[in-house]
Design a protein. Structure first.
Lengths: 284, 275
């Protein structure tokens, strides 16, 4: 049985111009200890599908799915309060902008201890010890002193480490990383990716990495899902995706990489693919 | 032949005033950087955040003065600390910023955004300004109907096209591009890079291209300068820098850049299976 299973997920938003379908029938499975990458451009519904699975979308969103199961528990049938006991504890998420996702009014120590208090019910002393341990784990120097700092006193890379520490605080079975390195420099990106991969291997977590960077996919993933406009275009293991992409869209995406540029111009997707051609190869 | 842009030993210090509890201190953001760019060529400046590359962009664009050193544009010495910038000088250098969502005034229509530089720097008539803006819209791959629209009605890639169009309205010699594609999707990034290449061919534009994405730099640059803590640690032609990096930091940078080719994936999977 898979750790995390989504079948035929549909997310619709009510807008002034009628319902807008952000995710259109996406299915996926993640096993324990597996790294799945979801790739797509902005607006392809990759973040929304994960937010929907975690129940973090506002009430204006209509979420339906045939199956939405985590570790044998049906997430659709849970009451919000029961769901909150799982989300943040067994399923954790790292968001895109580390500086914007931390609360600027509280110290990072307070924010990590809050998670430990609510989900694990640790006492004050145990919380502090665990927080220091976690900061040490993600490679923040002087953890005891850093706990008393506010987010604005730390760099982007440090804030992202704090976010990872918070996500890992309850030893999650599944970690969802939404563009974990987009806002960071390449050298910091390398450190964060190495850290994520090391922790994933050590804890045997399932890991979903959402990204639009093909380089990040190549460096981390076991399996890849390519999404476009809310639909799944292709699913393959990482080597065959890069070696012999099946859909036209993936091929176009890969040839748009400046690494693969031949001649003076980069091929662009809009120039030779219409939506119909892209969806012709779509899988369910 | 004179260089379009030549910098000799540019430095820039920022003074942070002290308070009751803190001593005043000086940050050396740029420490003696020299380079030159010829017409129709692209110089890429690479480095991580805080290495002084944006400060350098501000000096080159004549927004901030340099603390010391000389800057020559088309062979003419420029020092905005001493003399006022003339409209002729202002027209020579334009800049495109990183975030197309933050650099277009949300309360102005695209037409107003495009014609504003002409109002400030030239004495062109309203009809001519409008014609020029319309022509420029088409040049960057937008349509005339976009003239009366507001920035929020555009996607990120389209907005970056508007920002490029605005920078080109004054027919500059030199365009400073401060991370112009890092906020864009891969396929849109390819479109904008193609547009920049086309415009460079057509107008013989000179680019100073600031980026931290080495794959983009390798694609677009003629010369590359790597900056680290305000110093240029590596400067040479693209082939030299990419084939034989001399400085340790450049090598670190290359090693950190994710590779998306099949061989490196195979190597990684092999390592993983062995572990």
């Amino acid at each position: 049985m898979s750790l995390f299973e989504i079948e035929n997920l549909v997310v619709e938003f009510q807008t002034a111009a009628g319902p807008f379908r952000a995710v259109d029938g996406v299915s996926m499975k993640v096993n324990a200890g597996e790294v799945l990458a979801i790739v797509g451009e902005s607006g392809s519904g990759k973040s929304v599908s994960m937010l929907a699975a975690m129940g973090l979308l506002p009430w204006t969103a209509k979420v339906t799915a045939d199956t939405l199961r985590f570790n044998g528990i049906d997430l659709l049938g849970l009451s919000p309060s029961d769901r909150r006991k799982i989300v943040g504890k067994d399923i954790a998420m790292i968001f895109q902008e580390p500086i914007a996702s931390l609360n600027p009014c509280f110290t990072v120590g307070f924010q990590i201890e809050e998670v430990l208090r609510i989900h694990l019910g640790l006492d004050k002393k145990a919380r502090r010890a665990r927080a220091i341990e976690l900061f040490d784990l993600v490679g923040i120097p002087n953890p005891a002193e850093r706990l008393g700092h506010f987010p604005h006193q730390m760099s982007g890379g440090q804030c992202q480490r704090v976010m990872i520490a918070i996500a890992l605080s309850c030893n999650p079975k599944l970690l969802i990383a939404d563009e974990p390195t987009t806002a960071l420099d390449v050298t910091i990106q390398k450190q964060i990716l190495d850290l994520l991969m090391r922790l994933q291997a050590e804890h045997g977590m399932g890991l979903i990495i959402i990204t639009h960077n093909m380089g990040v996919v190549a460096e981390t993933a076991d399996r890849v899902i390519v999404q476009y406009k809310g639909r799944k275009i292709e699913e393959a293991d990482v080597l065959s995706l890069f070696e012999s992409p099946k859909s036209e869209y993936t091929r176009a995406l890969l040839s748009a990489l400046p690494d693969n540029a031949t001649g003076d111009r980069l091929p662009t997707i809009a120039e030779f693919l219409s939506d119909d051609q892209i969806f012709a190869g779509a899988v369910r | 032949m004179t260089h379009v842009l030549e910098a000799r030993n540019l430095t820039r210090d920022y003074h942070i005033p002290g308070s009751l509890f803190k001593k005043a201190r000086t940050v050396h953001a740029v420490k003696g950087v020299s380079f030159s760019v010829d017409q129709g060529k692209t110089l890429a400046i690479v480095g991580e955040s805080g290495c002084g590359k944006s400060t350098l962009a501000r000096i080159v664009t004549m927004i901030d003065p340099a603390t010391s050193g000389e800057m020559l544009i088309d062979g003419a010495k420029v020092d905005i600390a001493k003399e006022r910038l003339t409209p002729e000088m202002r027209q020579k250098v334009q800049i495109v910023f990183q975030n197309p969502y933050g650099t277009l005034n949300p309360r102005k229509k695209i037409g107003e955004i495009l014609t504003e530089p002409l109002i400030i720097n030239t004495s062109m008539k309203a009809d001519d300004r409008r014609d020029k803006a319309m022509a420029m819209l088409k040049k960057v791959g937008l349509e005339e109907k976009h003239y009366g629209r507001y920035p929020h009605m555009f996607s990120g890639g389209q907005r970056q096209r508007v920002a490029i169009a605005r920078a080109l309205m004054l027919n500059p010699r030199l365009l400073v591009l401060d991370e112009p594609v890092s906020a864009l999707d891969l396929s849109v990034q390819a479109q904008v890079l193609n547009l920049l290449a086309d415009l460079q061919d057509e107008y013989q534009l000179t680019y100073v291209f600031i980026s931290h994405d080495l794959s983009v730099v390798r694609y677009i640059a003629d010369d590359v300068m790597v900056m680290y803590y305000g110093e240029a640690v590596e400067y040479g032609s693209r082939e030299e820098v990419f084939s034989d990096p001399k400085h340790n930091y450049t090598r670190t940078l290359f090693a950190a850049t994710p590779r998306a080719d099949v061989d490196s994936i195979k190597a990684r999977l092999a390592r993983k299976n062995a572990a």
